[in-house]
Design a binder for this molecule. Sequence first.
Ligand code: NI
Length: 219
Amino acid sequence: MILSIGDVLNAAEVANAVSVLNKARFVDGRATAGFAARAVKSNAQARESEDIETLREMIADRLRANAVFEMAARPKRFIGPMFSRYRVNDAYGEHVDEPIMDGARTDISFTLFLSPPETYDGGELIIASPAGEDAVKLPAGSVIVYPSTTLHRVAPVTRGERLAAVGWVRSFIRDAAQRELLFELDTARRQLFEREGSSQTFNLVSKSLANLIRMWSED
Ligand code: NI
């Protein structure tokens, strides 16, 4: 399941993130890529600092507080995010993300867009699927969430500058199809609650959801 979620950060939080990144030092993004990805990666990444660490924690907090993200990702642990900057002619060719980072399995990848889309051309995140390619470019403060199992790339930037936070989630649910099923069941259950409150039907659906999570989760 590929899911976009709007307004994870509000305008003030986006402005703060951009201001921190404008003051940050950037290094060649190839430093954090595997040997094959390195050959196709051309961007810059913010170097570690206290301000970057604070920004990283703020973004993880906002994602955890977002009910749709929580239902879609069921995060056990966050890896990153790191902050990437693409300028004209920068791009990231097709690659798959590393399966293990910082000692954790990467189940879900996310990109939180920080630059307004009208300020740059190109720079779409392009995710390959059996049905073709999905090209994604979202408003600043919105996030795209997709399985780390996919091949994906970032199209060349041809004008302006693209800032984004890129991170990963170790989910309690390893399998993308199971995560999608739980997401849909949970969504239907919430709609049921809005319609009829804590009915017997709602309680049965809640029980099924809880017990499927028990069956499938890895803690
Ligand atoms: Ni990637």
